[in-house]
Design a protein around this ligand. Structure first.
Ligand SMILES: C[S@@+](CC[C@H](N)C(=O)[O-])C[C@H]1O[C@@H](n2cnc3c(N)ncnc32)[C@H](O)[C@@H]1O
Length: 339
């Protein structure tokens, strides 16, 4: 469902480019976070040179920051939250020539109508106009202000936070704007860390959908000597996680696709994503449960935290063994099971 929605939104951009053609002063186009893979074609068909910045590793290599090279037009999919949007505007402006065009597109239900105000908060010189509205999707255009000096390096967005991790206490965590629970410890993650039985020293532990690595960090401080594997589709999350757990292994990719097929774990931990882009999507949660038997060693455990309303408990009872509720609070449930 979410992929269909994403494709429908991308199609509005395609229709616009096919109808109007790319602007004549936009020979070099940078397409950002187009998880559909559909957007390059109409620009190329019109003779433009297209490059891509994919932060998320749904299909192949991803990069937390756009690589160098000047462009005339940036096509930016509206991200899910405003701190991420502000950082992305700086990131893409570092590639966009002064006076070059920024197109931002997204659905009314995703907040695209607020984007002009948010853009002007990044710098008052950014003035967005609506190019097109179709099927409750908007395409906005703003020109890079001549005097705008972007914060052009990822390192300038790095932040050090202190999280109060259960059983551990205040702990330093590196993060970036827009990462999950940025600036605090998510209540569900805290519930999991509080309830988690410690694995034996030397155990292989996979943190699937690791974000900045709060779960693995909390566990590593309680039980040193574990072998940590952290997987996430978001390359920026992995950039933060690699600072938080130096020495661990980092696996970019979409759900289990990030993990080698033959690899087996003593413990799989997860506060799994319940969205893909802007849309609700339980596919990672479902495959986390469904594939657990072939990903765990004999006697290994899956411990996840999620909303009870997702139906995860019933699914785990159908597919896994020794299912136990380790903790529950306000609709959030920590569940442990064996393969
Ligand atoms: C609910 S957050 C949990 C983050 C972290 N484990 C914590 O507890 O703070 C879910 C994470 O899953 C990641 N994610 C989203 N879709 C994913 C996918 N298809 N495959 C792997 N990770 C994904 C997100 O980037 C995010 O970091």
């Amino acid at each position: 469902m979410s992929d269909e929605r994403e494709a429908a939104i991308a199609q509005v951009m395609i229709d616009w480019v096919e109808r109007e053609g790319p602007p004549t002063d936009a020979a070099r186009v940078l397409i950002v976070d187009d998880d559909t893979g559909m957007l390059g074609r109409p620009f190329k068909a019109a003779g433009a040179t297209v490059s891509y910045w994919r932060r998320r590793a749904y299909a192949g290599k991803a990069n937390p920051w756009p690589v160098s090279g000047e462009v005339d037009l940036v096509v930016l999919r509206l991200p899910r939250d405003w701190p991420a949007f502000a950082m992305q505007v700086h990131a893409v402006a570092s590639r966009l020539r002064p006076g070059g065009r920024l197109w931002v597109y997204g659905g009314n239900d995703e907040g695209i109508k607020s984007a002009p105000k948010r853009l002007s908060e990044v710098d008052p010189g950014w003035k967005a106009e609506t190019l097109w509205i179709k099927q409750r999707v908007r395409i906005l255009e703003a020109l890079r202000p001549e005097g705008f000096a972007p914060r052009a390096e990822l390192a300038s967005w790095r932040e050090e936070l202190t999280l109060d991790l259960p059983h551990v206490g205040p702990t330093r965590l590196v993060s970036y704007p827009g990462l999950f629970a940025h600036g605090r410890l998510d209540l569900a993650s805290a519930l999991l860390l509080d309830a988690l039985p410690l694995p034996s020293p030397g155990a292989r532990v996979l943190d699937l959908g690791c974000g900045a690595g709060a779960l693995s960090l909390g566990l590593s401080r309680r039980q040193p000597g574990l072998k940590h594997y952290l997987a996430d589709v978001d390359s920026l999350a992995l950039a933060a996680a690699s600072e938080n757990l130096p020495g661990a292994s980092f696996l970019p990719g979409d759900g289990w696709a990030a993990v080698e097929l033959g690899a087996r774990f003593d413990l799989v931990l997860s506060n799994p994503p319940l969205h893909k882009g802007h849309a609700q999507d339980l596919s990672v949660l479902h495959s986390l449960i469904d594939q657990a038997p072939m990903r765990l060693v004999s006697g290994g455990r899956l411990v996840l935290v999620t909303w009870r309303a997702t139906g995860a408990l019933a699914r785990m009872r159908e597919r896994l063994k020794r299912v136990e509720v380790l903790a529950e609070q306000g609709g959030t449930i920590v569940i442990s099971a064996m393969g």
